[in-house]
Design a protein around this ligand. Structure first.
Ligand SMILES: *[C@@H]1O[C@H](CO)[C@@H](O)[C@H](O)[C@H]1NC(C)=O
Ligand SMILES: *[C@@H]1O[C@H](CO)[C@@H](O)[C@H](O)[C@H]1NC(C)=O
Ligand SMILES: *[C@@H]1O[C@H](CO)[C@@H](O)[C@H](O)[C@H]1NC(C)=O
Ligand SMILES: *[C@@H]1O[C@H](CO)[C@@H](O)[C@H](O)[C@H]1NC(C)=O
Ligand SMILES: *[C@@H]1O[C@H](CO)[C@@H](O)[C@H](O)[C@H]1NC(C)=O
Ligand SMILES: *[C@@H]1O[C@H](CO)[C@@H](O)[C@H](O)[C@H]1NC(C)=O
Length: 556
């Protein structure tokens, strides 16, 4: 007990030193982005894509913890547009979250400047468009947050780092795909897999994606930016040392291959310790009827010879494959002694000792409403309102836009599926347990904006309270997304300490677009700047609040 108290005093002293060191205003990074249509060929077939400054993938945001990021986005598409910053917590700042529940879209021919801070975060993230099916056509890019200079990183500085943005891909454009879903049909099977905008085939002698020097170690930041397909990532002849997962430093286990589910990012270290020649990195689909696959070339500087056409074997599929993948999830552990964005070790936050104040069980399903396919959570299929929910709440007009808590904290048997705007009333600072149960035959990934959470348990079957005795209450990884296997459940825990309106969504974009998402409203009753920033002056207004008088700003 005494030593615990002493070490937390040391931590507090360290924190004080740190706060006084960074008192000076944190640096600003400015970006100007022009969003346009343009021709791209991720699968070798020319098609209309969405580019940022002429690029797909879009420009990388490379920054350091606590940097202020300013991105002026010019929408030169013919449709309203919004970007979200997947995994960036937007502390006190859901105004910039870029979901239709928090912001009016950027109208064609106009621009909007996002201003946010990557406060107390490190690690690997990505941005993508939340409007319509734009995500199927581009405007996706990497956002990586480095540790501040004085905060120790639990591995030697790599020689270089590479962003690998991989995902399933359709050769049909976003408008065609949207029409399919609007008419009640499904997206069906993707046409292929792309890695950083290309879909390499075995035997191609393409330009390398990356070049490594023999003997050096590199950091690969790998994200699955696709619409629905889990991917397995592996590299011929090389192992992957996992060092970071969705903003946390992990215990550094070594893997032959890693499952990366939709919306997830992880960092692996790869050492160039093989014969100097070309090697393939492989991204192949998981849990799909037929396997889709893409490769990209890794070259050794001054190496000789093409990559072998023998690809490393994928992990097993079906039930055995799910067990394999769950085991891999369980092997991901928080490194309790490593620092992340702050100097105190990650393990000084004892989430396992906090009492749960609310348990919310969310069960996903597929339903038909008026003859059309909809995806639901506890029987409700979300539909966006013409007025962003956050703005409606801020202007005191929420009663005209949505009702809180139409879904209960557990699904009700026999309830008829409904389409409506789905908002959970979260209580500021509550420690909540969310059970995600997936009775379907397809895999799910969920993402929660505004927070990271501890993924404490995952098993096949149905959840019941006695499953809590198997939870990992010590070193579960704090992260921003989590998969739920077919016929399985996953439990997550978090403290609702970030005031705002936060999107909890299926990362399967077809499901989310057709209603499998909701918002968690976390209101601070104080209306104080301590808890939430003021509505930014440049916020576009729309819907019923457009002509309402502006509420008084928050006070200290
Ligand atoms: C954005 O791109 C469009 C189309 O290429 C071009 O007409 C426009 O001048 C660009 N705008 C800016 C601000 O760069
Ligand atoms: C990215 O940021 C880090 C830390 O701020 C810096 O060391 C590195 O050189 C940057 N990389 C690029 C490509 O700008
Ligand atoms: C649009 O861009 C201009 C600069 O080109 C900037 O002054 C203005 O604030 C931007 N508009 C918004 C709403 O951010
Ligand atoms: C955890 O982080 C510590 C502190 O940086 C480091 O020394 C250690 O090697 C890491 N442990 C594992 C198992 O990765
Ligand atoms: C948690 O709940 C238990 C049992 O109700 C109680 O004894 C304990 O004091 C609580 N702990 C905290 C940190 O509130
Ligand atoms: C939301 O929850 C808070 C705290 O539990 C409560 O005070 C408030 O009345 C609730 N609001 C609505 C509209 O249900």
């Amino acid at each position: 007990m005494e030593s615990v108290r002493r070490s937390s005093a040391v931590v507090a002293a360290l924190l004080l030193v740190c706060v006084s060191m960074v008192r000076a205003e944190d640096p600003y990074l400015f970006f100007e982005w022009n969003v346009t249509y343009g021709t791209i060929s991720p699968l070798g077939v020319p098609q209309q894509g969405i580019l940022i400054n002429g690029q797909f993938p879009g420009p990388k945001i490379n920054c350091t913890s606590n940097n202020n990021i300013v991105v002026n986005v010019f929408n030169n598409l013919d449709e309203p547009f919004l970007l979200t910053w997947n995994g960036v917590q937007q502390r006190k700042n859901s105004w910039q979250d870029g979901t239709p529940g928090t912001m009016c879209p950027i109208m064609p021919g106009t621009n909007f400047t996002y201003r946010f801070q990557v406060k107390d975060q490190i690690g690997s993230y990505y941005y993508f468009p939340t409007t319509g099916l734009h995500k199927a056509s581009g405007a996706i890019g990497a956002l990586q947050v480095h540790s501040r200079l004085l905060i120790p990183v639990p591995f030697d500085e790599p020689a270089d780092e590479f962003a690998v943005l991989m995902g399933d891909w359709y050769t049909k454009g976003h408008k065609t795909l949207k029409k399919l879903l609007d008419s009640g049909r499904s997206l069906r099977r993707p046409d292929g897999i792309q890695i950083n905008g290309k879909s390499g085939k075995v035997g191609d002698n393409d330009q390398p994606l990356v070049t490594m020097e023999a003997g050096k170690t590199y950091r690969y930041r790998v994200c699955n930016v696709g619409l629905k397909t889990s991917l397995n990532f592996r590299i011929q002849g090389h192992t992957l040392k996992l060092v970071e997962l969705e903003g946390s430093h992990t215990v550094q286990n070594v893997y032959d291959s890693l499952d990366v589910h939709v919306g997830q990012c992880m960092s692996v270290l790869v050492t160039a310790n093989q014969e100097p020649k070309d090697y393939y990195m492989v991204a192949s689909s998981r849990f799909t009827r037929s396997r889709l696959l893409a490769v990209a070339t890794i070259r050794y500087a001054n190496g000789k010879g093409p990559a072998s056409t023998d690809l490393p074997a994928p992990p097993p599929e079906t039930a055995v494959g799910i067990a394999w993948s769950i085991n891999q999830f369980r092997s991901f552990r928080w490194n309790l002694t490593a620092s992340a964005a702050r100097p105190n070790p990650q393990g000084s936050y004892h989430y396992g000792n906090i009492n749960i104040t609310r348990t919310i069980k969310l069960v996903n399903s597929r339903a038909r409403v008026d003859g059309k396919v909809r995806y639901t959570i506890n029987g409700v299929s979300h539909t966006d309102a013409p007025t962003p929910l956050k703005l409606a709440e801020y202007y005191g007009a929420q009663d005209k836009v949505f009702k809180y808590d139409t879904i209960k904290d557990a699904p009700e048997a026999g309830a008829k599926p409904q389409v409506l705007t789905n908002v959970i009333n979260g209580t500021f600072r509550n420690f909540v347990e969310i059970i995600l149960e997936n009775p379907e035959k397809t895999i799910q990934t969920y993402h929660l904006d505004g927070y990271s959470f501890f993924a404490v348990g995952m098993e096949p079957g149905k959840w019941s309270p006695d499953k809590r005795k198997n939870y990992n209450l010590v070193d579960a990884v704090s992260r921003y997304s989590i998969q739920v296997y077919p016929g399985s459940w996953t439990a997550i825990m978090t403290t609702l300490d970030n005031a705002g309106m936060w999107n909890l969504r299926s990362e399967m974009w077809e499901n989310a677009y057709l209603g499998q998402q909701l918002y968690v409203s976390v209101l601070s009753p104080a209306r104080s700047l301590r808890d939430e920033y003021n509505l930014p002056d440049n916020t576009p207004l729309c819907g019923i609040i457009k002509d309402l008088p502006k509420p008084p700003p928050y006070s200290i």
